[in-house]
Design a protein around this ligand. Structure first.
Ligand SMILES: Nc1ncnc2c1ncn2[C@@H]1O[C@H](COP(=O)(O)OP(=O)(O)O)[C@@H](O)[C@H]1O
Ligand SMILES: [Mg+2]
Length: 289
């Protein structure tokens, strides 16, 4: 771990100690030793700007999301994290700048190409976004019935495999309102995975979940991402709860990406702003506000 930086406060030292402990415990993952600048980026934001009326939400966001790794975007509530995710799948378009997925500029894709892109992206929304009129089985089967020509027998196999992966095989006949918040999120996750996406976007997996269920869901996200070699973005306003699962951290603040890199790079940064920011963020979930 970094030895070149002199921590100037005790709390900074404590954060460093915790990071070092996490690295030793194996919580800093596979891409940790390759410099970010040398990685292949699956998603690139280039000077992305987005206004709503007079409100400038994204004010020149620039960073890359390394392929096959888990990147956590953090920032206070209302900084544009969900807005950013919508740009990745072309549900929103920038006023200026660009967002590229696999080297293709999303704002320049045709409608057909956009639909194809979305089929390669699994999105897990904050509440699971299940159809309330369908049971769990039909919810998970929905994308397969919609976008593929698979037989019901093939669909059946895939749906039960996904449900088993998220620990919900016995709940296939239940309707969303019969499930707990944690189960709904896992069900949403099963549905997000059903098309075997190359990219997985997870918005606030910790919202509405207690710390134990957040930890279990985070672990599940890591296992599945690794199993299917997904490029995964996890969004959270709370650094502490889902940080350990991420290979890389990006900090959105004031409409810009103010810090980006592997956990090692970020926590080893000598930039006093990043240091102050991360110490504040690590000491209280709302420390960034
Ligand atoms: N479709 C929209 N129309 C107008 N304002 C929006 C829209 N979507 C988001 N915003 C505004 O953009 C800001 C950032 O929103 P959001 O990305 O949801 O924040 P968060 O970082 O909490 O996910 C908020 O102030 C929100 O009100
Ligand atoms: Mg949000």
């Amino acid at each position: 771990m970094p030895t070149e930086t002199k921590p100037s406060t005790t709390s900074r030292t404590r954060v460093r100690d915790r990071m070092e402990a996490a690295a030793i415990a194996g919580e800093v993952h596979h891409g940790a030793n390759i410099p970010t600048s040398r990685k292949r980026m699956a998603i690139e934001a280039i000077d992305l700007v987005k206004h709503f009326g007079k409100q400038k939400v994204l004010d020149g966001v620039t960073f890359g999301v390394p392929e096959g790794e888990i990147t956590m975007i953090m920032g206070p509530s209302g900084t544009g994290k969900s807005v950013f995710l919508r740009h990745v799948v072309g549900l929103m378009f920038p006023d200026s700048g660009d967002i590229k997925v696999d080297g293709h500029s999303v704002p320049h894709l045709s409608t057909e190409e956009l639909l194809e892109l979305r089929q390669n992206v699994g999105m897990l929304f904050q509440d699971g976004a299940l159809f309330s009129s369908m049971n769990l089985y039909d919810n998970v089967a929905f994308p397969l019935r919609q976008h593929t020509k698979k037989s019901e027998k093939e669909i059946n196999e895939i749906v039960y495999e996904r449900l088993r992966e998220v620990g919900l095989a016995g709940a296939d006949k239940k309707y969303p309102n019969e499930l707990s918040g944690g189960m709904r999120k896992r069900a949403g996750f099963a549905r997000a995975l059903v098309m075997q996406p190359k990219i997985l976007l997870v918005d606030e997996p910790d919202s509405g979940l207690d710390p134990v269920r957040t930890a279990l869901l985070s672990e599940l996200i890591r296992q599945i991402s690794e199993k299917y070699h997904c490029t995964t973005i996890i969004i959270s306003h709370d650094v502490n709860r889902v940080r350990s699962v991420a290979d890389n951290l990006a900090v959105l603040y004031g409409g810009k990406c103010v810090a980006f890199g592997s956990q090692k790079e970020i926590w080893g940064s000598k930039d006093p702003f990043i240091q102050q920011f991360l110490v504040g963020a690590a000491e209280g979930p709302l420390g960034m506000d």
